[in-house]
Design a protein around this ligand. Structure first.
Ligand code: NDP
Ligand code: HSE
Length: 428
């Protein structure tokens, strides 16, 4: 039996999950992998804070040198969020010759190229299975199981917090704020939940998947990103009447002229498998050249599912498997310069909700602009005005070029017919 000393930086939600699993299942790892995982040191901002699970005999410190100066520690589990201090901590471990396992997708998406170059320089690795889709082994699936395929497209639900909010709003009539607060309480949300609800976290994850799937650098600015903050109970109910469910969908699709990358709330037909992915679950549908369609679902956020992925990486690294597979490939090592395309040429059915003043001519104005841009309306409905005289016009169109519908909506918003920016959703 080999004993392997582990260091942990960050004893928060996911760090707590790692401590819990290690104290509960250390014997399982010994039995299954003949490896004794020994968590010897924890570095965390507030070492004095009482935690839910005991860390046994591990030393607890707020000084990173407790890990970087310890020659016994070969792998460091890095579970600190953000891209500043977290980057310095990760870099310090690499420079000290330690392999790093991280769940920090913002760091990998924003600084991955630089950090992987640093890791190569110090002959160590960075493993990041937990950074995308929590407990679902999607990085391993792309890296290993599907390595013989060209990836044509990825369509995915990648943020547990948003999916939880949308599910609670739809299925239990919760308000947006209450559902977000519950996602925070359950440990799904980022320290700054704006990153979840504005789509940034999903964009980080999509950029990481696309980096692997399409073998090239993915500047984050190329991921067109829209969040869920604008969605209302009315949008969600209207989706149901259209036989669909709204999901924050990440899409990476190889088109003839380049790669299309986007994150946007999308109407997913109820008979599509991703429509059945609810609460804090994530789902990833992959279209590839030989395996064809592949679907992975599972829990995308929360302490234990994420810690499961972290520990899979730890075992990969301490057993030498990581160095033999991921380490041998060109992960975040250069890669080609990809061409990117905008999504405006996509042809899709759409739903638009216009908030307007309840006065004569407004409905006609909306209809005229839609017609001018070639939108063939399937249904149009104006609801009762509220006491402030604001009414909602909901429009569903037949499939059309998304760019044409967006141009119509922009024209209507600019013309002063609408009181707030119009919500426009596409259909998967
Ligand atoms: P938390 O905020 O719960 O925990 C972060 C931990 O980092 C805290 O324990 C904090 O210490 C510690 N910390 C902060 N700054 C420092 C520092 N300078 N030195 C040492 N420790 C520090 O975050 P999560 O556990 O939720 O997330 C951790 C990472 O995992 C993030 O990158 C997140 O995006 C990612 N992730 C999270 C998932 C989830 O479901 N929560 C799922 C997948 C990825 P202290 O407690 O002592 O103050
Ligand atoms: N905040 C993230 C989410 C954590 O809700 O999906 C998992 O990456």
């Amino acid at each position: 039996m080999q004993r392997k000393a582990i260091g942990l930086i960050g004893w928060g939600t996911v760090g707590g999950g790692v401590v819990e699993i290690l104290s509960r299942d250390r014997g399982l790892f010994a039995e299954r992998c003949a490896i004794d995982l020994d968590l010897t040191t924890i570095v965390t901002r507030d070492p004095g804070r009482v935690r839910e699970h005991s860390a046994g005999s591990a030393r607890i410190s707020n000084d990173i040198s407790a890990i970087t100066n310890d020659p016994d520690i070969g792998v460091v589990v890095h579970l600190v969020g953000g891209t500043t201090e977290a980057k310095d901590l990760l870099a310090a471990c690499l420079k000290a010759g330690k392999h790093v396992v991280t769940a920090n997708k913002a760091l990998i998406a924003v600084h991955g190229d630089e950090l992987f170059a640093l890791a190569a320089q110090h002959r160590v690795g960075i493993a990041f299975e937990a950074a995308v889709a929590g407990g679902i082994p999607i990085i391993a699936a792309l890296r290993d199981g599907l390595v013989a395929n060209r990836i044509h497209a990825i369509s995915a639900i990648l943020n547990g917090t948003c999916n939880f909010i949308l599910t609670k709003m739809e299925q239990e009539n919760w308000g947006y704020d209450a559902a977000l607060a519950e996602a925070q309480r359950l440990g799904y949300a980022e320290a700054d939940p704006t990153l979840d609800v504005d789509g940034t976290d999903t964009a980080h994850k999509l950029a990481i998947l696309a980096r692997i799937a399409f073998n090239g650098r993915i500047p984050l600015a190329k991921v067109r990103t829209q969040g869920i903050q604008q969605l209302t109970a009315q949008d969600i109910a209207s989706a149901r009447t259209m036989g669909a469910r709204i999901k924050l969908l990440a899409v990476a699709r190889q088109r003839e002229s380049g790669l299309e990358l986007r994150v946007a709330p999308t109407l997913v037909p109820l008979d599509h498998p991703l429509a059945a992915v609810n609460k804090n679950a994530n789902g990833i549908a992959i279209e590839s050249s030989s395996a064809g369609p592949t679907l992975l679902t599972g829990l995308g956020a929360g302490a234990l599912p994420t810690a499961s992925a972290v520990l899979a990486d730890v075992i990969d690294v301490v057993s030498g498997r990581y160095q033999a597979t991921a380490g041998a490939f060109r992960f975040f090592h250069g890669g080609s310069d990809l061409a990117f395309v905008a999504e405006i040429d996509e042809v899709t059915a759409t739903y638009a909700r216009f908030v307007v003043a309840d006065k004569p001519g407004v409905l006609a104005g909306v209809a005229t602009a839609l017609s001018k841009h070639g939108a063939n309306v399937l249904s149009i409905h104006q609801g009762q005005a509220d006491p402030a005289g604001r009414a909602t016009i909901e429009v569903v169109t037949h499939p059309l070029r998304l760019g044409s519908m967006q141009a119509a909506v922009n024209e209507i918003d600019r013309s002063g017919l609408t009181i707030t920016t119009t919500t426009l959703l596409r259909r998967l």
